[in-house]
Design a protein around this ligand. Structure first.
Ligand code: ZN
Length: 371
């Protein structure tokens, strides 16, 4: 149990990491491998010990009492309301936080820690796998998918990715995969996430009818036909396992089975299907689960944020990260060599990026950056 003094210290802006609570504060029942994707070290409150719902409420009350309303108290308030959300809602919510003016990384980190600590949703091990598909085979990323369907944009079973934990996907390697291209360069009119009470699984980009719509990455056209509300829609499977979808087209410029380059014209924009006004509805999916394109595309710069996309599998889909780092929380009996082996890195590297000695002492609850 925290003392009021330590809560006050937190309020004073000391973003505590492991040191504030020490190893004893850690719940011994959570004796599993924990890895959380973090954006910097900023959290709302101590991540290692974790706080019960009532402790968070106490913290919020103290903050309000002694400091009045602030951004910090607002975030705590938000956090309290979010903990009753389903994981799916939280994933969508995190995505929408990335699109706010001033991205609240501390809140995002805290929600990620919360998600990672939900016992029923904790994977046992989190191997790092970098998937780079072959460009030689006629069906891209065939090893990841059970079928190649020309009639349905999303024909995959719901649990296709259930074995996945954390995946790194190479988005471009300049030689084989080519450069990323924004499908249409125009105004972003709608973002990914909850919009008007329903899930918007992609982004909308304004265009004029007949404007060319180009492929974001190289790949093979899986589908080019009319489908419900999408209207005339093109789906491309890419070599890295992602699929991109381009909806409401006016005309097709490719057919199913065509091999396409990044930047190749797939069709001409329009407003076919369920669309008010001409625009491109653009989706990115992995194993059928939508991921937020803006989590790895800088729309303003018309470029990728990073050449690698990290996908963390949750119960309902994947959380995607542009440029994350993964933090490992040391548990009883761990040693640096085992941690390095688990994440496919070396003890030299771990020591270097964490500023620790290779033969130094690790303590339970210590957080190490592993990637
Ligand atoms: Zn849309």
């Amino acid at each position: 149990m925290r003392s009021l003094t330590s809560l006050l210290l937190l309020m004073l802006g000391i973003m505590s990491v492991a040191a504030a609570s020490g190893p004893s504060g850690r719940d011994s029942k959570r004796d599993t491998v924990q890895a959380v994707v973090m954006y910097g070290e900023e959290v709302l409150f101590d991540a290692v010990a974790g706080l019960t719902d009532n402790q968070v409420k106490d913290l919020r009350d103290s903050v309000l009492k002694f400091h009045g309303q602030s951004k910090f108290s607002d975030y705590l308030e938000l956090y309290i309301s979010l903990t009753s959300y389903s994981e799916e809602q939280l994933v969508a919510y995190i995505d929408s936080l990335f699109e706010t003016e001033e991205v609240p990384y501390a809140l995002i980190n805290q929600i990620n820690i919360f998600l990672a600590n939900r016992p029923e949703e904790m994977p046992k091990v989190l191997p790092k796998e970098l998937f780079i598909g072959s460009v030689e085979i006629p069906i891209p990323a065939k090893e990841l998918y059970p079928l190649w369907d020309n009639t349905n944009p999303n024909p995959y079973p719901w649990d296709l990715g259930k074995e996945d934990t954390v995946l790194s996907i190479l988005l471009t390697d300049h030689a084989q995969m080519g450069e990323f291209q924004l499908p249409v360069v125009n105004t972003l009119t709608s973002k990914f996430g909850w919009r008007d009470g329903r899930m918007h699984n992609g982004i909308d980009i304004d265009l004029e009818v007949w404007d060319p719509v180009i492929a974001a990455f190289p790949g093979v056209v899986r589908m080019a036909r009319n489908y419900g509300g999408y209207g005339r829609v093109v789906v491309v499977r890419h070599y890295n396992g992602l699929e991109t979808l381009y909806a409401h087209l006016h005309r097709y410029k490719v057919k199913e089975g065509d091999k396409v380059e990044a930047g190749q014209v797939l069709g001409l924009g329009g407003s076919s299907g369920n669309s008010t006004g001409s625009h491109l509805h653009f989706e990115v999916r992995f194993k059928g689960k939508p991921i937020n394109p803006l989590s790895f595309i800088s729309f303003d710069e018309q470029a990728l944020v990073n050449d690698t996309l990290v996908l963390k599998r949750t119960k309902h889909g994947y959380i995607s990260y542009p440029k994350g780092i993964i933090i490992y929380t040391v548990k009883k009996g761990d040693n640096l060599y085992e941690i390095a082996r688990l994440y496919g890195t070396t003890t030299y590297k771990l020591a270097e990026i964490n500023g620790i000695r290779r033969n130094g002492y690790l303590y339970v609850g210590q957080r190490l950056r592993v990637i």
